[in-house]
Each structure stands twice: as structure tokens, then as C-alpha cells.
Design a protein around this ligand. Structure first.
Ligand code: NAP
Length: 309
């Protein structure tokens, strides 16, 4: 099969489009998926650069897939031919014609969208869901500030928070104002021209996907006992107590049951993953270069195979 692998850590040029054997689904609960589309996330290029530490090489890249179950083992929840999406474990390889997953990492694909949009969901959708609901417990009528609202995580977070009935502020640059309004944001903040502190007053939840100065300035816009969740920054010791709030760094879990909940919300509410770029698997280098710019809108997805329908 064709796959994108790395044999060393480094720049986009270490991504190699290669012919390798198909993975075998070994062990209880493991299934093989014929991949139709693979989502691209910043964690992919962080792994490629070695930012997550040493890992066994060569490694097939990618975590997020949508496709069709190809081989199921005894006792798994999915049968061959079922259309699914999943966040697979690091090293299993989403940028490939076939991947293997534990069936607990897999859910049936949303019915209302295709494989390309479904492949955009796992990492960013789970990150947004887990940050807003599992960690911060965002409720109807509360307010939330989403930093990086136009990005992969942010574009899911805006839609999920609106679905929940929250009032949503979001930061992005000017070019994303109309886009963010089109997906339901209540108040747009151009981070290049405005200080969010001057706009939001006090909010119940901040979701920070940016870090640095943005993260540090976020403590002061929280209500007492509010929640700061960051996908990137670690929480300095003593800071939550100092500001009288709660805080946590997200570590996204791969969770098929939660993906199934997300799929239901997408189908029922007609939410749409925002996919702005689709490239063939062979152009993974270009996809990484784009993602590393830190200014893409929504998601980049690699097309691995033609849609079976
Ligand atoms: N901890 C976890 O489990 C976890 C899970 C998922 C993601 N993450 C991390 O979370 C981060 C975000 O992920 P992502 O997939 O959303 O990234 P992404 O799609 O690459 O984010 C790009 C977006 O960031 C916006 N942006 C850049 N600088 C900004 C600033 N100063 N203020 C506001 N917006 C800004 C850009 O908007 P403009 O073009 O308008 O500037 C762009 O739309 C990444 O570092 C990723 O690795 C962590």
C-alpha cells in the first residue's frame, strides 16, 4: 500500500511517499480500516519535527481517518463494510491506504457528511468537545472566549458552544470575521487590532489554542471560579489559586463513544466540519507546510482513495 512515512525527524522533506506492506489487525478488538481520507493536525508536524520526543522509526504519519472497515476480529463492534472514522494511536498511521485501530477508537461516520469532512473531525473535534464539555462543563447561557476560533479546534469549538446555547466570543485576524459570523460566533475580536480584555468583560470559560501572551492575559477575563482550558500551555503552579479560577491543559483522549456523540450532533444540528484544503496523499509535505504557517482556516484533509459511493 501507499503511505507517508518518516525515517528521521525534521522538516517537511522527511515525509516520504512509499510503498509498504498493509498492516495486519492483530489482537482482540483491533480492526483494519481502508482509509478514504486522512485529517492533518498540528500534532502531526510536531511529531515529525521530534517535538514530542523520541519515537520508533520509521513511522507512518497521521492520526485522523475516515474510511471503511476492511477486516474485523472476533468481538469487535464494527463489521467489514461499515463506514467509520477514528483517531488512531501514534505510529499506526492515518496517512496510508490502510490503518489499524482499536475498535474503542472508532465510531460510525456521520451520515450527513462525506469521508473528507469526517476525516477532519477526530483530533480537533474531540479537543473542542473535551475542552468545553468534559473539562470546563460549559452550559447553556454561559459565555466562552475561544482563542484561535478560525482554526481546526476553534471552528469546532465555536459550533459546539453555540449548539450548547453559550454566548461565544472568538479571536482571529480580520480575514476570518465573515467566516466566523457564518458559523455562528456572537462577537468577533480581531486580535491584531483589539485587546480581547477590552471586549469580553468576564467570561465563564476561555478555550486557548494559541498559548504565550494570549494564554497569560486570559486569566484576568475569567469570572470567579471560571475555567481556563489550554490546548498548548501548561498551567503554572499556583496560578489558578491566585486568580480564583480553575485551569487545565488538555490532553485529548481518543474515544469512539465521544466521536459517536459528535457524529450525532453533526447529523442532528447540521453542523459542518470546515474543510478548506483537500490534497492528495502524495502531497502531505505541502499539507504540513500549510499547517505550520499557523494561519490556515478550518482543516486540511488528505484524499487517500476515491469515495466508494
Ligand atoms: N493538547 C491537545 O490534546 C491538543 C489537541 C488539539 C490541538 N492541540 C494544539 O492546539 C493548537 C491549535 O490547533 P488547531 O488544529 O486549531 O491549529 P490550526 O488549525 O493550525 O490553527 C490555525 C488558526 O490559528 C489562528 N491564530 C494564529 N495566531 C493567532 C492569535 N495570536 N490569536 C488568535 N488566533 C490565531 C489562525 O487565525 P488567523 O489566520 O486569523 O490568525 C488560524 O485560523 C495547536 O498547537 C495544536 O497542536 C492540542
Amino acid at each position: 500500500m501507499k503511505a507517508i512515512r518518516i525515517h528521521e525527524f525534521g522538516g517537511p522533506e522527511v515525509l516520504k511517499y512509499e510503498e509498504i506492506p498493509e498492516p495486519e489487525p492483530e489482537g482482540p478488538g483491533i480492526i483494519r480500516i481502508k482509509v478514504i481520507a486522512a485529517g492533518v493536525n498540528p500534532i502531526d508536524w510536531k511529531i515529525r519535527k521530534g517535538m514530542l520526543g523520541e519515537m520508533s522509526l520509521p513511522m507512518t504519519m497521521g492520526l485522523d481517518v475516515a474510511g471503511v472497515v476492511d477486516v474485523g476480529q472476533g468481538g469487535v463492534l464494527f463489521q467489514p463494510g461499515e463506514e467509520v472514522f477514528a483517531k488512531v494511536s501514534i505510529g499506526q498511521g492515518g496517512y496510508a491506504e490502510y490503518t489499524v485501530a482499536n475498535s474503542t477508537q472508532v465510531a460510525k461516520k456521520p451520515k450527513s457528511i462525506g469521508f473528507i469532512e469526517s476525516a477532519a473531525i477526530p483530533t480537533a473535534g474531540l479537543a473542542a468537545w473535551q475542552s468545553l464539555f468534559d473539562i470546563a462543563g460549559l452550559k447553556k447561557g454561559q459565555s466562552v472566549l475561544i482563542h484561535g476560533a478560525a482554526g481546526g479546534v476553534g471552528s469546532f469549538a465555536v459550533q459546539f458552544a453555540k449548539w450548547k446555547g453559550a454566548y461565544v466570543f472568538g479571536t482571529a485576524s480580520e480575514k476570518n470575521e465573515q467566516f466566523l459570523k457564518s458559523i455562528g460566533i456572537d462577537e468577533f475580536i480581531d486580535y491584531k487590532k483589539q485587546r480581547f480584555e477590552d471586549v469580553v468583560g468576564k467570561v465563564d470559560v476561555v478555550l486557548d489554542t494559541i498559548g504565550g501572551d494570549t494564554f497569560e492575559r486570559s486569566w484576568k477575563v475569567l469570572q470567579p471560579n471560571g475555567f481556563l482550558v489550554s490546548t498548548v500551555a501548561s498551567i503554572p503552579e499556583g496560578a489558578p489559586e491566585k486568580y480564583g479560577v480553575r485551569a487545565q491543559t488538555l490532553m485529548t483522549r481518543s474515544d469512539g463513544e465521544e466521536l459517536a456523540q459528535i457524529a450525532d450532533v453533526i447529523d442532528e444540528q447540521q453542523l459542518k466540519p470546515v474543510v478548506t484544503t483537500v490534497l492528495p496523499l502524495s502531497e502531505a509535505q505541502k499539507a504540513h507546510e500549510m499547517s505550520e504557517s499557523r494561519h490556515t482556516r478550518g482543516k486540511i484533509v488528505l484524499r487517500v482513495a476515491e469515495d466508494p459511493q
